[in-house]
Design a protein around this ligand. Structure first.
Ligand code: ADP
Ligand code: ZN
Ligand code: MG
Length: 486
């Protein structure tokens, strides 16, 4: 009998990002970088590729590229070289794109990506600087070339400073690919390199994917081009992995190709391979000198970096004794992190504070579709709210109601408690209710007195019922145990 070995299918994924740098002007000329302006209003002989016009490198773009490289733990080359990447397309008036080829500005970095409760390290192969192409606008109903009646070119985008970041094939799943893209975006925003707004086309992602051979070596990869949402990166990769797996299971071979993912049908389509079969004939750009950076300048850029998300996460774990998960949630957003730190600076338990923010406040923000920066409730109000629970003025349940109110009104929690009569019953009054409940339930009280803790929940429930939820559960439990002397 023939025994067929069960083959495991292990995904291998590497990502390539194109990121617009947050400069005021273009990469090699003084034209403004602008989004949504009328077509062809930000152009000059340089970015229109007129003969004889000479490029001048934008120093700010170099600085931002180096900032990104340092934030991604890369080596910064003291000498890098711009190169011409030659091809013909209507959005490329010079007939070549100025890019970097064999001597990029940054190499050999990594980023540590939280994926669920784990962290994976993804290598950065290289980071280089280049200019973006102009934008082809296809006239017709679909907005795509296919089926359009003609194409126009908007040169406003042509020459926008662009950074390409290439990862090592270290990413093990579509989910991890999405997390990597998100984390990279977070880092780029944190160091002020790019707004990285995908809707404005400031961040685009290509994904390379293959399935490992049975002997562990790399299989043939395919490339999913130009995805403009990380959700589609994850879904597109899942669809492509399923396709590759089916081919392999049928005894076939994957062919190296470039694909487009259609989120509407959840299918991948092959792009006409001729369109991507380039021989770019790279050569060093004769109109620009090699880029030389001094140690002192690189040191200065490094010194100007803010605390990075990874560092902040580690600090939150250390300083506030938070779980890595909570620290990750809080530091995934600069504004949320700042909000948390403002609350934790008050006279509150930092873990409690994290709980109120990551769970209760975020749930209300999500529901309202709001960012933390739009929240009407200030950190001071949250400190006050936690204080009211801590000193037993209100129960935890009542505090959630209070948060509902102050979330929309921004008023003081104490004022709400007073107005709505939400203060927990305390002192003699609560003590009296507990006495009554114990007297009315002698059997259960006796069992608790004999050390049977299981029925205490029942007694607490009776007290809660009698006070109509206006008492703090912890406090009631304490009173019962005190009175029963167990
Ligand atoms: P190419 O020569 O096709 O441009 P590169 O070696 O430059 O390929 O890699 C481009 C991207 O593809 C990188 O992000 C890299 O990590 C990724 N990659 C390389 N080999 C594989 C593979 N076998 N499976 C998945 N991704 C891969
Ligand atoms: Zn210009
Ligand atoms: Mg390559």
């Amino acid at each position: 009998m023939e025994v067929t070995e069960q083959r495991t299918y292990t995904a291998v994924i590497g990502l390539e990002f194109h990121v617009h740098l947050a400069t005021r002007t273009k990469m090699f000329c003084g034209c403004r970088v602008a989004y949504g302006d009328p077509p062809n209003t930000h152009t000059c002989p340089v970015c229109l590729g007129h003969p004889g016009a000479l490029p001048v490198t934008n120093e700010k773009a170099i600085e931002l590229g180096v900032r990104a490289g340092l934030a991604l733990n890369c080596d910064v080359a003291r000498r890098s070289v711009f190169a011409r990447k030659n091809y013909f397309y209507p959005d490329l008036p010079k007939g070549y794109q100025i890019s970097q080829y064999d001597a990029p500005i940054c190499t050999g970095g990594h980023l540590d990506v939280p994926v669920g409760e784990e962290t994976i390290r993804v290598g950065i192969t290289r980071l280089h600087l280049e200019e973006d192409a102009a934008k082809n606008v296809h006239v017709g109903t679909s907005g795509r070339m296919h089926g359009s009646v003609g194409s126009l070119v908007d040169f406003n985008r042509g020459g926008t400073p662009l950074m390409e970041i290439v990862t090592e094939p270290d990413i093990p799943s579509p989910e991890a690919a999405r997390a990597t893209a998100n984390h990279l975006k977070e880092i780029l925003r944190a160091v002020g390199v790019s707004e990285a707004d995908m809707e404005k086309g400031q961040l685009r992602c290509d994904a390379n994917v293959s399935i490992r051979n049975p002997d562990g070596s790399f299989g043939t990869k395919t490339e999913l081009k130009n995805m403009n949402s990380f959700r589609f990166v994850e879904r597109g990769l899942a669809a492509e992995l399923a396709r590759q797996r089916e081919i392999l299971e049928g005894g076939g071979r994957v062919t190296q190709t470039t694909l487009h993912y259609d989120p509407e049908t959840d299918e991948v389509h092959e792009l006409r391979s001729k369109e991507y079969a380039h021989d770019y004939r790279y050569f060093p750009e004769p109109d620009l000198l090699p880029l030389e950076l001094t140690d002192a300048w690189v040191r200065e850029v490094r010194g100007s970096l803010p605390e990075l998300p990874d560092q902040m996460r580690a600090r939150f774990v250390e300083q506030y004794s938070l779980s890595p998960y909570d620290a990750g949630v809080l530091t995934s957003d600069r504004d949320l992190a700042a909000y948390y730190e403002a609350v934790a600076a008050g006279p509150v338990d930092p873990k409690q504070a994290a709980n109120w923010i990551t769970v209760e406040l975020r749930a209300r923000l999500n529901e309202a579709g709001m960012e933390i920066s739009e929240a009407r409730v200030s950190p001071e109000r949250i400190i006050e709210l936690i204080g009211l629970v801590d000193d037993g003025t209100i129960s935890r349940a009542a505090a959630k109601d209070v948060l509902d109110r102050i979330f929309t009104s921004g008023e003081s929690p104490s004022a709400v408690v007073e107005r709505e009569g939400l203060a927990a019953m305390g002192g003699d009054e609560l003590s009296g209710v507990v006495d009554e409940v114990l007297a009315a339930n002698p059997e259960e009280a006796g069992r608790v007195r004999d050390g049977d803790q299981k029925v205490i929940g029942f007694l607490i429930g009776q007290v809660m019922k009698a006070t109509r939820g206006g008492a703090d559960g912890g406090r009631v439990r304490g009173l019962i145990l005190e009175k029963l002397g167990s």
